[in-house]
Design a protein around this ligand. Structure first.
Ligand code: PHB
Length: 397
């Protein structure tokens, strides 16, 4: 794999010489010529997270279309790549977009392991990376970077309030079940931070490999351990299968299920009775009663015939983020310092509510408590107001 990447980059090197000559021209010349901005969009369009990638893409395009399909007055083109949520291919795919296709900026992705690989390549190539989902905490902590921004969440963020919710519901013991990869560990970590601090006890952590949907052995173990509650991190098609299996195993009626809202978002309608009663925390809720949310949901439905979910919201907000930054520099992405300043100062009037970015380039946002009730997702309240990731270990240099 490593050898392939080196070979690829070497081949790309010949093109890079031409690129270097071209970039010696004054940037203003290029901008005056209104060369199209090239956006590299790397997301999963196949596999367990496929629906997430599609919703991010479609909602981002919707937002850009609302702004006349221009960024700071410049036309743009999008180069799309299916990353298959496959971390081993992450670096080659990111290099393909930045080196071979000469994209000006990279946008992606859903899976934390792939996003970590993308961030390494973006740093090597000295390019901007905007993350519309993946919550890997290191990207706003020890591996934060001036040209790396996130419009979504850190995996700790929606998880942390859920431990308190479970305690308030009277639970004292929990089993955690999550896919065995950074997002799962970090989400579990957020739950433990509040649940254990408040006196709760974790009696077991069950860790199937990503993206396995072989949940049976874990469910059998949960049935014998009989915890007060279960906390899980699953998303997309895997989350749908998990909810159905949990119900089929006869656990739903006796052991309350919690998780970040990724468990139910985009799939609770298909899950039917299996989703009923599940309580989740997330930085979005379908029925937020604001004009921005209502307008967004209607527009997304009209454009795609699908219901919006948190992934669509993050795609839409990524569109707003691009617009606000590139408008501030009139489309000149080489004006790096003013662009970073503009992006650090964004105030996004999102369907999730207004949010700004922390010093480590990550949304400071309300986390909502939601529950599936009579086939709909109901907003129960704000679980944590204006929650920010600690950004601990982040040095912006
Ligand atoms: C992640 O890998 O960070 C991730 C993936 C899917 C989600 C949330 C987080 O729904």
């Amino acid at each position: 794999m490593q050898r392939n990447r080196r070979t690829f980059l070497k081949q790309a090197g010949a093109g890079a010489a031409v690129l270097a000559a071209a970039s010696a021209l004054p940037t203003r010349f290029a901008v005056a010529q209104k060369a199209k901005l090239k956006l590299g969009l790397m997301l999963p369009y196949t596999g367990t997270y496929a629906a997430l990638g599609h919703n991010i893409t479609d909602a981002m395009n919707l937002r850009l279309a609302e702004a006349g399909n221009k960024l700071g007055g410049r036309e743009y083109e999008i180069v799309k790549l299916d990353d298959e949520s496959a971390p081993p291919k992450g670096k080659d795919n990111a290099a393909r977009l930045l080196v071979r296709d000469k994209c000006d900026l990279l946008i992606g992705t859903v899976h934390s392991g792939v996003a970590i690989a993308m961030a390494q390549v973006a740093k090597e190539e000295n390019k901007f990376l905007v993350i519309p989902n993946a919550g890997a905490v290191q990207l706003t902590r020890q591996n934060c970077s001036p040209k790396l921004f996130r419009t979504s969440f850190s995996n700790w963020q929606p998880a942390y309030p859920s431990g308190d919710v479970a305690l308030k519901d009277g639970h004292k013991t929990a089993v955690i079940m999550t896919w065995k990869y950074p997002a799962g560990f970090e989400s579990a970590g957020g739950f433990k931070d509040s649940f254990v601090k408040g006196g709760g006890k974790i009696i077991k952590e069950i860790l199937p490999d990503f993206p396995s949907v072989e949940f049976q052995a874990g469910l059998t173990e949960i049935a014998s351990l009989k915890p007060d509650c279960v906390y899980v991190f699953f998303a997309g098609a895997g989350a749908l299968k998990f909810m159905k299996d949990y119900e089929a195993a006869g656990l739903k009626a006796s052991i309350q299920l919690y998780g970040p809202g990724f468990l139910t978002d985009g799939v609770y309608k298909q899950a039917g009775s299996a989703a009923e009663g599940i309580k989740t925390t997330l930085h979005y809720a379908d029925d937020l009663d604001t004009p921005v949310n209502k307008k967004f949901r209607a527009a997304f439905k009209k454009a795609t015939t699908r219901e919006a979910d948190v992934y669509a919201v993050q795609g839409y907000d990524t569109g707003t983020f691009l617009i606000q930054g590139l408008d501030a520099v009139k489309g000149d992405i080489s004006a790096e310092k003013p662009l970073i300043k503009a992006w650090e100062g964004v105030k996004i009037d999102s369907p999730r509510g207004i949010f700004t970015l922390s010093w480590s380039h990550e949304p400071i946002q309300d986390i909502y408590l939601r529950q599936i009730y009579s086939g709909d997702e109901k907003l129960l309240g704000v679980a944590h107001k204006a929650l920010a990731d600690s950004g601990s270990g982040c040095v912006m240099a």
